[in-house]
Design a protein around this ligand. Sequence first.
Ligand SMILES: *Cc1c(COP(=O)(O)O)cnc(C)c1O
Length: 426
Amino acid sequence: MTKPVITRDTVQKLDHEDPFGAFKNEFYLKKDHYYMDGNSLGLLSKRAEKALSTSLEDWKRHAIEGWTEASEPWFYMSEKIGEKTAHLIGAEPFEVINTGSITTNLHQLLATFYKPEGKRTKILADELNFPSDIYAIKSQIELHGLEPEDHLIRVASADGYTLKEEDIIREMDEDVALLLLPSVLYRSGQLLNIEKLTHAAHKKGIIAGFDLAHSIGATPHHLSEWGVDFAVWCTYKYLNSGPGGVGGLYVNQKHLGKKPGLAGWFSSNKEKQFDMSHDLSPSETAGAFQIGTPHILSSAPLLGSLELFQEAGIEAVREKSLKLTRLMMDLTHQELPGYGFKLANPLDDERRGGHVCFVHDEAASICKALKKEGVTPDFRAPNVIRLAPIAFYTSYEDVLDVMLRLKDIMENKKHKQYKNERGIIA
Ligand SMILES: *Cc1c(COP(=O)(O)O)cnc(C)c1O
């Protein structure tokens, strides 16, 4: 059976039936512009803006009293946001805290969970991982007086874009102390089977941790049900918290009560924090893995942004996201055959995150041309273009328009006027 041709009529029908239509008005979008980079920095929503100005107003009105008197009291805000994030990852509210960044949270949780002992000294990761995660792992290994060369295993990728769970599981030996993997690979958008990997790790006595940077706010998770030991994420990608927005972490309740590897006064049981004792009484919740004073103004936007996820439901977000990426792939086959694009993301719905990964020899210059034509793409050197049609603020017709602009660039060789090199930030 041949696939039906996708026309403007097809996508307009989809938009007409789309329950997300109303959410688009919640975001600040530029006119006649298509933002396909929400997997790097999500757009500002009116709710996030309002939550941030409320925090500023609280500061203006209450000064120091804002810690307890603000509309969302600052002293409890990290816990409150943790509770509101829990449904996105399938966790109990007390297992989640809004704090730090991916990299600092990784340092905290590696300092807590990575205890090389006897033969069990290695950390299992992968060769496609984001550099910051690998830097954190290497420095934690070195802090134990060990050599990353001998104690970090990076599972190889056969195609340079994706990983096979069996290859990862094969490396789970008695000498591995801890596993740290991304839920969704940041370049190809491959979604790993977290449940399968966690169960395999536990069978071998290995602690299983995941980096949810590219899945939180894009796909549902069931971390508690799957038994994941810990997880970290940022909030400025799919959760739209703004540049440098405060990240988050999850620690499975079976580990709560553990002393944090890196302690600070905000690790305290909140009742005891202001006793000012030199002996820490750690919180019984994931709050124990905070360190210092929370970054209120960089957390506040999340309070607004998370309301939208509460209203839409993460299952519905995922359903629309899958339809959008499927449409984008179908349009690639329909409109762009013969232009040298290869899809490097997994094609199956169960294996795909929230973006489509195009590989092209001229990726850098094509991205420059896309920007000129009103499309914000995301380039990853040397040859990857990531396009993320975000469920909240991308219509099906937007996807058609983006693909038609891309076709126009290729047909008229508009990218040839640009150098095929990356800029400072890409
Ligand atoms: C975005 C991202 C990071 C960034 O870490 P920060 O500490 O928030 O700057 C780290 N790891 C992965 C996998 C990412 O996608």
